[in-house]
Design a protein around this ligand. Structure first.
Ligand SMILES: NC(=O)c1ccc[n+]([C@@H]2O[C@H](COP(=O)([O-])OP(=O)(O)OC[C@H]3O[C@@H](n4cnc5c(N)ncnc54)[C@H](OP(=O)(O)O)[C@@H]3O)[C@@H](O)[C@H]2O)c1
Length: 339
């Protein structure tokens, strides 16, 4: 039984599922897709046919009742993540849910209780954490030559003004807008690299004049050891970068969140002696972070080990994002709290 690949089921025919997750799982070593469900039976059938998935369902509930399915992957609009995570756990399935997992910390706490009661695995799909570049970045930053990490700077942007897109047509309270969609990545990776939680945060947000969402956000996170600053936008030139500054060296990640899977990933390490010197390039073999995520999550299921991004991490990420949204309204510093 334990030699068999872990069988996954997918709720919905989301773009992220068809573009990245399904191809990623299909290249994974220890996961396979058993079924896909859609609210539209015909769409489920066509998507199953296209990807060679054995079973399809015309409702999410039917997939949850399929005894073959071990892990349910949830790429639904953000306000549906908690409800379907809860329903999947109650049906006895392990859950990998897209980011942001929840829109308040109370919901994460409820999922923690249910996870513990059911003795199942659940994690948030921050696939970046499965890409080797983040472990390498952490190793570099923790080295004595780097000097302690004191400052993180980041940018994540793309351009999408489509009012029908889930990022634009759900209000902020239901998970729409730039901070929930992509601001969550600099928050998550700053927390990961500092290995700490921010004590207070400040956000400046620009809302779209027509759509009910934030379209440009800049934030400061005060950590015990230093500061993180980032900007995210859904209406700017596509760009992403994360920079880490120690007392001696400085590290740049030019493709922090969507590194291409077919070319090597390059990290740039500046030795700090002469700012005009070109950086030393740390070159990593190409890898598919979605395949690695499926591998690591499936291994956690088979070997009863920790998932890549457990609820304990989601709890703080949610608390920080909620605090940033509150700060954007009040204009003042807000302490992230877990209620
Ligand atoms: N980790 C990553 O790299 C990454 C990248 C992009 C997005 N995401 C996350 O993945 C999730 C989906 O994003 P996406 O851009 O792929 O979304 P999308 O293409 O709009 O897909 C969302 C899917 O949810 C289902 N759905 C159920 N109820 C719905 C409703 N009321 N309104 C709209 N759709 C509904 C639909 O499937 P059916 O019609 O088939 O039922 C739809 O295809 C989001 O949480 C997002 O944050 C993650």
């Amino acid at each position: 039984m334990h030699d068999q690949k872990v069988k996954w089921g997918i709720l919905g025919t989301a773009r992220i599922a068809t573009k990245s997750i399904i191809p990623g799982i299909q290249r994974s070593k220890n996961a396979e897709i058993q079924a896909i469900a859609s609210r539209n039976d015909d769409l489920a059938r066509k998507t199953a046919l296209k990807f060679g998935i054995p079973t399809h369902y015309g409702s999410y509930e039917e997939l949850l009742q399929d005894p073959e399915i071990e892990v349910v992957y949830i790429p639904l609009p953000n306000h549906l993540h908690v409800e379907w995570s809860r329903r999947a756990l109650e049906a006895g399935k392990h859950v990998l849910c897209e980011k942001p997992l929840a829109l308040n910390t109370e919901d994460v706490q409820e999922l923690v209780k249910l996870r513990n009661k059911k003795k199942l695995k659940i994690g948030e799909a921050f696939m970046v954490r499965c890409h080797p570049q983040w472990l390498e970045a952490q190793r570099i930053v923790q080295s004595p030559k780097f000097g302690p990490l004191r400052l993180v700077q980041g940018t994540f942007s793309y351009f999408n003004r489509d009012e029908k897109n889930i990022r634009n047509n759900y209000p902020i309270a239901e998970g729409g807008g730039a901070l929930w969609d992509i601001g969550c990545y600099p928050v998550h990776t700053s927390r990961f690299m500092f290995g700490e939680e921010p004590q207070r945060v400040l956000a400046l947000v620009e809302k779209d004049p027509q759509m009910p969402v934030d379209r440009l956000v800049s934030a400061i996170l005060e950590f015990p050891s230093g500061q993180a600053l980032f900007s995210s936008s859904t209406q700017l030139v596509p760009f992403q970068r994360m920079s880490f500054f120690g007392e001696q060296q400085h590290l740049e990640l030019p493709s922090p969140f969507n590194p291409p899977e077919d070319t090597p990933t390059v990290l740039q390490l500046h030795n700090g002696k002469n700012p005009n010197h070109p950086p030393r390039e740390v070159v990593l073999a190409p890898s598919n972070q979605y395949s690695l995520q499926a591998d690591e999550f499936s291994r956690a299921v088979r070997e009863n080990t920790e998932v890549p991004v457990p609820l304990e991490s989601s709890l703080w990420n949610t608390a920080v994002l909620v605090a940033l949204h509150r700060s954007a309204v009040s204009g003042g510093w807000v302490e992230p709290t877990i209620e």
